[in-house]
Design a protein around this ligand. Structure first.
Ligand code: SAM
Length: 295
């Protein structure tokens, strides 16, 4: 099985459905050894087309804007292609965006270069790892949007990131972390092959269609980690498959009270928890949008 590489058309040597758990190294603390997995092309090119506006539970950018109005500048961890940062910058909120993936960062820079002078002036990007960074300054607000924190599979790394973020918060500084609230039926052992077509999107430059499949998914329940195998298929205008790209994504799921303990243990006071981006109270199976303060 090849992950993160293009497979020539017609190559069927792809064992979709193979058990996914074999390559992980369990370590004490119920974790797997965390590896940063580069966000690959074409996902990076397609990312903004895949997330053009509001997410499933509303427009997170509006929530961040409301919270940032009185707390600027903003530190955004795992800024990606600048989806949230560009929105805030347009409202004249300065953002420093930290990102580990060179591919995502390149895409963010390209996106920002096409924006207004206001947006360009308001965003600065830094390549870095949210588990270990030092910007030498403090912020009134830090945000970790759209499940990015769930890339941190090990407790040790979650705590390192929280400590680093806390260190960058001013007195009374706030942090927003958005993770999904796990649906228990999606957390059962196994997970198996799904071969589900998840979506179709047009590449912004080539204008060719890409189909996106979730080929397989496996839950490692004792680690609260899910592994998902994605397949990106580029289609010619006559629907011929041109290229297929395989990518494996691993995410940690967090139970609500686990997050509360983790945040409190890392030196934060819980201010609020919302289940969507309209400030709705906690609810099962939606989002956990944590709004916390440096204790
Ligand atoms: C789902 S994307 C979210 C991007 C953006 N925040 C958004 O809301 O569209 C997750 C991002 O987290 C980044 N990431 C993962 N681990 C990271 C780490 N340790 N430090 C910084 N960025 C990280 C990935 O490279 C990716 O760009």
């Amino acid at each position: 099985m090849v992950f993160g590489g293009f497979i020539p058309k017609g190559d069927r040597g792809v064992a979709s459905g193979r058990a996914l758990s074999g390559s992980n190294n369990p370590s004490p603390g119920g974790c797997v050894t965390p590896q940063f997995l580069e966000y690959p092309h074409p996902l990076v090119d397609l990312y903004d087309a895949l997330h053009p506006g509001p997410l499933d539970h509303g427009d997170d950018r509006v929530l961040y804007h409301k919270l940032a109005k009185r707390r600027r500048p903003v530190l955004e961890l795992a800024v990606g292609t600048g989806r949230v940062a560009r929105y805030l910058a347009e409202q004249n909120i300065p953002v420093v965006g930290l990102e580990i993936s060179p591919n995502m960062l390149r895409q963010a820079r390209e996106n920002i270069s096409k924006e207004s002078a206001l947006v360009q002036r308001n965003i600065s990007l830094v390549e870095g790892d949210m588990r270990d960074f030092d910007l030498g300054r403090k912020f009134p607000l830090a945000i970790v949007p759209f499940s990015a924190f769930q890339h941190l599979l090990a407790i040790e790394n979650q705590m390192r990131a929280l400590q680093c973020i806390r260190h960058h918060l001013a007195e009374n500084g706030h942090l927003v972390i958005d993770v999904f609230d796990p649906k228990l039926e999606m957390c059962l052992p196994g997970g198996g092959l799904t071969r589900e077509m998840v979506g179709e999107v047009v590449h912004p430059e080539t204008k060719l269609r890409w189909k996106i499949f979730l080929d397989a998914r496996e839950n490692i329940v004792e680690q609260q980690v899910l592994h998902a195998e994605w397949r990106f298929v580029e289609l010619a205008s006559d629907d011929q498959v041109l290229r297929q790209y395989y990518w494996r994504l691993s995410l940690r799921w967090f139970y609500r009270f686990e997050m509360q303990h983790l945040l409190e243990r890392s030196g934060f006071t819980i201010v609020n928890l919302w289940s969507d981006y309209q400030f709705s109270p906690p609810a099962y199976g939606k989002r956990q949008v944590w709004f916390v303060r440096k204790a």
